[in-house]
Design a protein around this ligand. Structure first.
Ligand code: AMP
Ligand code: MG
Length: 347
């Protein structure tokens, strides 16, 4: 398949009338799939009402079919078509964080949306992205758009158009390149379908931010207890992994240095994931700074790019520093733990 690559300048007004946006929207109406920039990561969009379009998303990504997709909308009124009811907690969260990186789980109306998009569940995950290009496409096509991250399943999510091209060239109808995404990690997923809302996946909106709006929320047990089954089907899969095995290092810099020295002595090409503060202080073959430890949002924003850069640098093993498990650090650690297949080396 010939993949169209459209560059879009985000800063221009009236994006809805732009030829690239209109063409992408026409593709979506014809049940083709198109990669779209959002404020979190690039999404691979398709008509959520069409089994054909949703099938193409799963196929292009190689995504397991039991992993449901997030439905993207541009207007809260679109919800009524496929959601049974809007609980008070969800209404408050929508008011506070939409458009933005918060995905809310609702009860789904029977017979609406492709069953493939929701993986046969009775619930549906929805968000309104805060990105001018994504919103313009959604408004222009007037469809609910299913959009998982626009990467090959299992690889780090894409935060630039070039990352999407690397993974999906020839497999999708088009890629809208609106520059680098901002937040850099996916949306927070929160289940508002029963009782106290539960965060199923930490992401761009922190637990503290959510609690400031609706009071008590819980974290899904599976996020801390690896033995319990996650309520969010996708959370059980290995994700975000660079090519070389990644190990999280829970200990001092001296400990990390000793691990690097040991593997170098074995003749391996060793990578270290650190931050700008420490980037000059390691003796590994490839030392990459992922933002500033003093500002965790910069770490989130650079995370996937940094994981992909280790692939480009061709290392045999990667050791990563760990980050505080609070605020956006929860999302960073969740992604890093998955990328590492939960391998943690403790001093
Ligand atoms: P991605 O689109 O790749 O960012 O992944 C979407 C995430 O949302 C996955 O972890 C899914 O399992 C989760 N998700 C989507 N729909 C639902 C749902 N109805 N209930 C629980 N989790 C969901
Ligand atoms: Mg994904």
């Amino acid at each position: 398949m010939n993949t169209k690559y459209w560059k879009v300048d985000n800063s221009v007004g009236n994006l809805e009338e732009y030829p690239q946006v209109l063409e992408a929207s026409e593709f979506l109406k014809k049940n083709e799939v198109v990669a779209i920039p959002t404020e979190t990561v690039y999404g691979l969009g398709g008509n959520a009402e069409s089994d054909e379009a949703v099938g193409k998303i799963f196929q292009a990504k190689g995504r397991p079919s039991d992993n449901p997709l997030i439905i993207h909308i541009a207007d809260k009124n679109q919800l009524n078509a496929f959601v049974k009811s809007i609980p008070d907690s969800a209404a408050q969260l929508m008011g506070a964080f939409w458009p933005g990186p918060l995905t809310i789980i609702f009860q789904k109306k029977d017979g609406t949306l492709s069953e493939k998009a929701t993986a046969g569940l009775e619930t549906v995950a929805v968000r309104m992205p805060n990105h001018p290009v994504a919103l313009a496409v959604l408004k222009s096509c007037q469809l609910p758009i299913a959009a998982p991250s626009a990467n090959t399943s299992g690889k780090p999510s894409p935060t630039t158009g070039a990352h999407v091209l690397e993974d999906l060239n020839g497999k999708v109808a088009g890629i809208l390149d609106g520059g680098a995404t901002g937040v850099g990690v996916e949306s927070t997923v929160i289940d508002c379908t029963e009782g106290i809302p539960v965060i199923l996946r930490p992401g761009g909106i922190t637990k503290e931010q959510v609690e400031a709006v609706i009071g008590e929320v819980r974290m899904d047990k599976a996020l801390t207890d690896l033995a319990s089954a996650p309520k969010s089907p996708g959370m059980k899969y290995q994700h975000y992994a660079p090519n070389a095995p990644l190990y999280l290092v829970n200990g001092s810099k001296l400990f990390l240095d000793s691990l690097v020295a040991e593997k170098k002595a074995e003749g391996l090409r060793v990578g270290v994931l650190t931050t700008e503060e420490q980037v000059g202080a390691y003796e590994a073959d490839v030392v990459l700074a992922c933002g500033y430890r003093s500002d965790l949002e910069t770490v989130a924003s650079r995370l996937y790019q940094t994981l992909r850069s280790f692939n480009d640098a061709g290392v045999d093993i990667i050791f990563s520093e760990m980050f505080p498990n609070e605020g956006v650090g929860q999302a960073i650690m969740n992604r890093l733990e998955k990328a590492a297949g939960h391998r943690v080396l403790v001093e």
